[in-house]
Structure formats: C-alpha cells, structure tokens
Design a binder for this molecule. Structure first.
Ligand code: PRP
Length: 295
C-alpha cells in the first residue's frame, strides 16, 4: 500500500505497518521529525535520541520498539532523560507486546496468526456490570432530561451494552447505529460501512462504545459526528483501556477502567468469538500454537 503522507525508508517493517494503521484512521504523522539531546558534555551534545513518530494532532511522540527487554531498558532511560530535559514533552514507548496486540486486534501479526487464547479470569461479573450500567443510565437520564438525545452505537461490540443501557434510562431518546471497516493491509482509510439513519443536525448526541482502546476509532468517529452539526456530542464507554491510548478524546461517562489485557464477553470479541459471554473476562494468550486464526 502506498503511504500517503510520506514515503520514507522505514528502519523496520513494524514502523511501516504502524504508519499504515495511522493513515487508516486519518491520524497525521511525521517519521523521525526531531532529535532530542539526551547527554551533554558541558555545552556539547554527546548523545541524541530520535523518536520514530510524531503525531501532531495529539502532540505526541512515539517510539516503537520491537527490541529485546535489555535494549528497552536503555531506551526507557533515554526517554526518561528526554522528559527531564523537556518537561512538557508527551512521549510514549510502544512495546513489542503493544504492537502485537494492536496488530492482533485486526487479525494480523504473530498473536493474530498463531495462538490459542484461553479465558483467564473474570474481570467484571454479570451483577457488577448490571449495577454499573444502572448507575450510568440514571446519570444519563438526569443529564439529558428534556433533551431528547440520540444514542449512537458503533457496531458490533456495543450491542449488549447499548441494549442494557437504554433500558436503564428513563427519558425519551432515539437510538441509531453505525459501523466502520476494519484495518486491512489493502485498505487505506477507514470507511463508514453502515451509515446513520437519523439526522443529527441540532440533536444532543451521545456516542456509545463498548471499549475505547487506542482511541483511534473514536477519534475518527467523533470527527465524523461533529460534521453532522449536533447540538452537543459526548461519549459513553463501558470500558476505558487507558494503558493503550494513543489519541485522547474526552470520555464523559465510563463504566469501568479496563486493565491492559485482551477483554472479551458482553458483546466484545476476540476474532468474533466470546461475544456471548454474560460477563467480561480476559484472555490469556498462549503463543506458539498454530491455530491460524484470521479475521
Ligand atoms: C472495538 C470497539 C471500538 C474499537 C475501539 O471494535 O467496539 O469500536 O474496538 O478500539 P480503538 O480505541 O483501539 O480504536 P472492534 O474493532 O473490535 O469491532 P467490533 O465492535 O465489531 O467488535
């Protein structure tokens, strides 16, 4: 696939893949845009560090590392030093594990292709979810009293949460759904694969998500929904997986903070499985098995 923004020679294939994912979600990036001094000898700079990516919309530098742990320790030390010397800088190291999980989400990479996931533990039980969804429903009912909101869900993961959430609200509202395409190697940009049926112009819109992970889907969809000129636009997500956030849209209503694990159940899938679990659990990923699952 041709890279749209730049066509630099990436040092590593994972960098090229990462750039394509960013392109897919319409996130601007620069490759190795700046070098930061990390060591001085008096006035003289003796060591520099060049992060792989800069995402201008988020003012975020990203260093992608697929290296061994011993080398990561050194990189981490350099990043700490950059932060000391530039206290306002926003810089993040994406570990090999993060990158593989990102790829696995789209059915690619070593995790997506060769692993047998095993349900590891229950993170949020059925009762716990019901209580929290009830609380969210009451909060939303209070905030949207008299506003006749439109709740917009993004298929498919959101269907359980949306179904339960609307039944815990007590104000008139409308519900609509949309869906977007997945990242695939030959796709260059995310596409809306199911459009909204309701006109959002001048309406109070609450976007409902099952999980915000990297935030890239939400970032794209919020831009899209803003273009429909709603009177207001807020987000309600059942799960907030902060550890993996790349873009940081504001989340007004959050059910639970999710740990940095594969979460499944209550509508959430792993390559289309596990959506029907009544609770939310995490998967333990046993690499090495050639189950050859593909999306
Ligand atoms: C999930 C979820 C969000 C998205 C969040 O959808 O429903 O839309 O991932 O991920 P992000 O913050 O990293 O962009 P998924 O792609 O798994 O599809 P699904 O809803 O059909 O399960």
């Amino acid at each position: 696939m041709a890279l749209k923004v730049h066509d630099p020679l990436f040092a590593h294939p994972s960098e090229s893949e990462f750039a394509q994912i960013l392109d897919f979600y319409g996130i601007e990036w620069d490759y190795e845009p700046a070098s930061f001094p990390t060591e001085y000898d008096g006035e003289r700079v003796v060591e520099m560090f060049t992060p792989d990516f800069y995402l201008p919309q988020m003012d975020l530098y990203i260093e992608l590392t697929t290296l061994k742990q011993s080398l990561i320790t050194r990189k981490n030390r350099k990043l700490r030093r950059i932060r000391e010397l530039n206290p306002d800088i926003n810089i993040r190291l994406l570990y090999r594990r993060d990158f593989h999980r990102l790829m696995a989400k789209f059915g690619f990479g070593p995790l997506g292709a060769s692993e047998t996931p095993v349900l590891d533990r229950v993170l949020f039980g059925t009762g716990q979810i019901a209580i929290r969804v009830g609380e969210l429903g009451r909060e939303i009912s209070t905030d949207y009293d008299g506003k006749d909101p439109v709740l917009v869900g993004v298929l498919r993961g959101v269907f359980c949460f949306m179904a339960d959430l609307i039944r815990q609200t007590s104000v008139p509202m409308s519900v609509d759904f949309m869906s977007v395409s997945y990242y695939e190697h030959d796709e260059t940009t995310v596409k809306i694969t199911k459009e909204l049926d309701i006109d959002l112009e001048g309406r109070h819109v609450l976007m409902v998500e099952d999980i915000v992970d990297t935030g890239m889907t939400l970032n794209y969809l919020l831009e899209y929904l803003r273009s429909k000129n709603p009177a207001s636009l807020e987000v309600c997500t059942l799960l907030d997986k902060k550890a993996r956030r790349l873009t940081d849209p504001e989340l007004k209503y959050v059910g639970f903070e999710a740990p940095d694990e594969f979460v499944v159940g209550y509508g959430l899938d792993y390559i289309e499985e596990y959506r029907n679990l009544p609770f939310i659990g995490s998967l333990r990923v046993d690499a090495g098995d050639a189950a050859n699952k593909a999306k």
